[in-house]
Design a protein around this ligand. Structure first.
Ligand code: HEM
Length: 408
């Protein structure tokens, strides 16, 4: 391993500041010289990072690389702690046939047709949020718009009452930001405990008084067919709430930031709205919100290229790196909203059986959010120099998003 490769592997393992600011030079180095790279992350579990497109796509669908956390429970306990593991008994952390059963139960709620029926309400929420944004003073677009929009949408879909959303969001934010120290893990356990207690109480309430929402539907299905046990139901709520707002909120921020810093392409999108769907796919490729939060583990010794990933190791697929692989995408570091063939090619929503359940919803939210924002505020500009628009400091490079996005 060359010095440069060692440095890149260390930066990725520790989530160093320069790497958080721009992970792409590190990924370029690893793709070239250590495409299946052994990391030394702070949690101490043997971990391999996959950075090339072809390997990434194959790994996401390889049945030997499992998502079933029960098959490597000790490792997951070490990394995430007991309280997280208790919340993760859901489709995201399971393999077929359990995965197929759990995903099928919620699948119909996320079909493109069902999602299309949400359009008027998503537009209304967007309009209301933007009405509240002042035009005279700088605002931070993340807390005032990018976060509340997907949060309100997923809470309404699940059936979390308005007055209880802020608290749920606060606990989710704590979970997303904690690291591996003892103090961090204690904080994490408190937040996850609060979420569990809340979900248990909410499920009991809906069981007494069903309303017109996804949770009430899930309870009915559970009672009629025994399709999900109580732990799975609670964990499903958790994955929908967390995956359903963080990722989309960060992506709205990344999209606005990249369009504001590529003003000519923003002008093109505004002049021709038909370019928007492809622009969104390019944003997901170029600066998607999931960097490598694709935790898996090897069920047996697996050789990829010349590297043996020993049985039991954690495997992280760096979709952010795969999406910038020059073997797959021409001039991958160029942001180009007219790039062709993106939707079926980029890995920003994953691939295979765990392909993002919420992709149709995320795409719809993105379209409405960006169209409405730029129509309403065509002269919107960053209100702070780029270095103040800091990229997230998370304990490991799982998500990519901004800490704040001041605009005027
Ligand atoms: C899975 C990305 C929005 C729910 C995934 C995966 C990715 C992803 C990469 C695969 C993870 C893996 O294979 O390990 C994103 C991005 C989003 C987004 C970038 C926003 C832009 C949403 C929304 C929901 C959602 C709005 C709504 C409910 C899920 C669920 C899974 C998933 C439940 C697990 C699917 C399974 O295991 O079968 N997402 N997601 N996501 N996503 Fe999303």
């Amino acid at each position: 391993m060359t010095e440069a490769t060692k440095k890149a592997a260390t930066a990725a393992s520790r989530g160093e500041a320069s790497y958080r600011a721009d992970p792409h030079p590190v990924y370029a180095c690893l793709r070239e010289s250590a495409p299946v790279c052994r990391l030394s992350p702070p949690h101490g579990v043997e971990t391999y990072l996959i950075t090339r497109y072809d390997d990434a796509k194959a790994a996401l669908t390889d049945p030997r690389i499992s998502k079933d956390m029960y098959a490597a429970l000790d490792a997951y306990h070490t990394i995430f702690g007991d309280s997280s593991v208790a919340l993760d008994d859901n489709m995201l952390f399971s393999d077929p046939p359990k995965h197929t059963r759990l995903r099928r139960i919620v699948n119909s709620a996320f079909s493109p047709r069902r999602i299309e029926s949400l359009r008027p309400r998503i537009q209304q929420i967007t309009d209301e949020l933007l009405q509240r944004c002042s035009t005279s003073t700088p605002i931070d677009l993340l807390p005032s718009f990018a976060f509340p929009l997907p949060l309100i949408v997923i809470c309404e879909l699940i059936g979390i009452p308005e007055e209880e959303r802020d608290e749920a969001q606060k606990q989710c934010a704590t979970v997303a930001r904690t690291g591996f120290s003892k103090a961090d893990k204690e904080k994490l356990a408190v937040a996850e405990g609060a979420l569990r207690d809340y979900f248990v109480e909410l499920i009991a309430r809906k069981r007494r008084n069903a309303t017109d929402d996804l949770l009430s539907d899930l309870i009915r299905t559970q009672d009629e067919q025994g399709a999900m046990n109580d732990g799975e139901l609670l964990s499903t709520l958790w994955v929908l709430l967390f995956a359903g707002h963080k990722t989309t909120a960060y992506l709205i921020g990344n999209a606005v930031y990249n369009l504001l810093t590529h003003r000519d392409q923003l002008r093109d999108v505004m002049a021709d709205p038909e370019l928007l769907p492809n622009a969104i796919e390019e944003i997901i490729r170029y600066e998607g919100s999931v960097e490598n939060a694709t935790f898996r583990h090897a069920l047996e010794d697996i050789t990829i290229r010349d590297t043996v990933i020993p049985k039991g190791s954690l495997v992280q697929v760096a979709v952010a790196s795969a999406n910038r692989d020059p073997e797959k995408f021409e001039s991958p570091d160029t942001f180009d909203i007219r790039r062709q063939g993106l939707q079926s090619a980029h890995l920003g929503f994953g691939s295979g059986p765990h392909y993002c359940l919420g992709a149709p919803l995320a795409r719809m939210e993105m379209r409405i959010a960006l169209t409405t924002l730029f129509e309403r505020f065509p002269n919107i500009e960053p209100a702070a120099p780029a270095e103040e628009t800091a990229w997230l400091k998370v304990p490991f490079p799982a998500f990519r998003g901004l800490e704040r996005l001041p605009v005027v």
